[in-house]
Design a protein around this ligand. Sequence first.
Ligand code: ATP
Ligand code: MN
Length: 538
Amino acid sequence: MSVSPSADVIASLQKLNLNSNNINYQLTPEELQEITVDNGTGREASSGALAVNTGEFTGRSPKDRFIVKDDITKDKVWWGDINIPFDSEKFDALFDKVIAYLNTKELYVRDAYACADTDYRLNIRVINEYPWSNMFAYNMFLRPTEEELEDFDAEWTVVNAPGFMADPKQDGTRQHNFAILNFDRKIALIGGTGYTGEIKKGIFSALNFILPVYKDTLPMHCSANVGESGDTAIFFGLSGTGKTTLSTDPDRKLIGDDEHGWTPDNTVFNFEGGCYAKVIDLSKEKEPEIYGAIKKGAILENVVMDDNGEVDFTDTSVTQNTRVSYPIHHIDNIQWPSIGNNVKNIFFLTADAFGVLPPISKLTPAQAAYHFISGYTAKVAGTEAGVVEPQLSFSACFGAPFMPLHPARYAEMLSKKMKESGVDVWLVNTGWTGGPYGVGTRMELKYTRAMISAALNGELGLYNYEKYHIHSVFGVAQPRECPGVPTKVLSPRATWNDDGAYYKTAFKLTNAFRENFKKFEEHASEEIRRGGPQRYAF
Ligand code: ATP
Ligand code: MN
């Protein structure tokens, strides 16, 4: 529904010094798609989806993410390279500049909310320079009903001006693009970048402060789904490890693919109203649900399309990070509202490009805490020809760039919840097998799915320790058998066919774990420290 802004909406926009004569309020996705196609900034794919290019930025820019240091944040935020402080007066000055810029443009304004559980709901107003960014906000946030819009009070405002370029010297930014959170004014200010992910991650980062500090709720960078018996599974993991892919499971109802809160009542709610899936190498055969979600209403980002609007999902000439956003109801099997109960299983997904971690293993509570704080994954460095070393990446809580508080704060909350609910915790390597990147291959998706199903259905012989092998280096319990998976695949060492090379690489990884964990040692108990790998190379 497209509605004209009420006097209240106009008045609150005027408080931000925005003109009211260029506001397109609450346009439908169809209207936004039409405007985008008409103004030449997007094309309709043969599937009906809108295809856009996000411009200079095709991913987030963590070095340009700031938090205003004020009375609310100064003693609570874990300041450093991840949470970079920004001066409050500089923010006000930059904000005014962005508003002056936006006043020269046609604007797209949308009211929406985050958090599926009404007790935690956060009302958001998104102000966009581009129509397709506003359509992204429609897809990704929760959509208020007409009735809910009548007395809608926006608490947080996202101001998104991709065409505005900051002057670092004058404005206090690092370069021309920026994403700044202001907890006092409740504003996420984004400029110089058209990457839509900044919009959703801005609100995610705000909630990652608000929920633990004020609502005793654990915010998580994870996906979640529910089984037939009402059991909830959650999947933590850094970008590209499989949160979206693996939570989209035809046999389980999807709660959400990226951001959730775990409440004191032990419910898990989605923050969002849509999904944001990677589409690199997407195929109908391997991922039919996501493939089918790409239809009218979805937005494809940075894909390459021929004259007939056929997308080539293997083409990475614009970026490896090609994406699609869609409202969650583009997936058939969903839990609605997006809230789960009874958390039974937690999966830590890691794409280990060294190929040394077992494809699935079970963790003790101490190992779970250790791995959560470490947040390991290894990415493939680049696509250039020649040998490329996988890039080690440790990101606390599997989402450090979005976590304003000290990781120990989230880890303590998770440990407490794991104890209370008696969950099983699994480490899943969705990365390489049979050798490191360049030698081995990516774990087959169908095997990873089979392993996760077996874990969820209690088919991994969990209570029979004869069916496990304790990994001699990582100390984790590695199942010897799994329905639907060749036995050899379960043992990374066996897949390498070269024990010496396997252990050498495994030790390289354990040393990196130990080095990374040093900065958390003072916050971790002896028990948690022992949850790390058991053997190191000296
Ligand atoms: P983000 O946080 O950036 O949204 P994500 O954790 O949701 O990342 P996905 O979008 O699920 O990650 O990306 C996983 C990618 O890896 C997909 O492109 C998927 O097709 C591919 N893939 C290949 N093999 C596997 C596997 N065994 N398990 C999971 N994903 C796999
Ligand atoms: Mn995802």
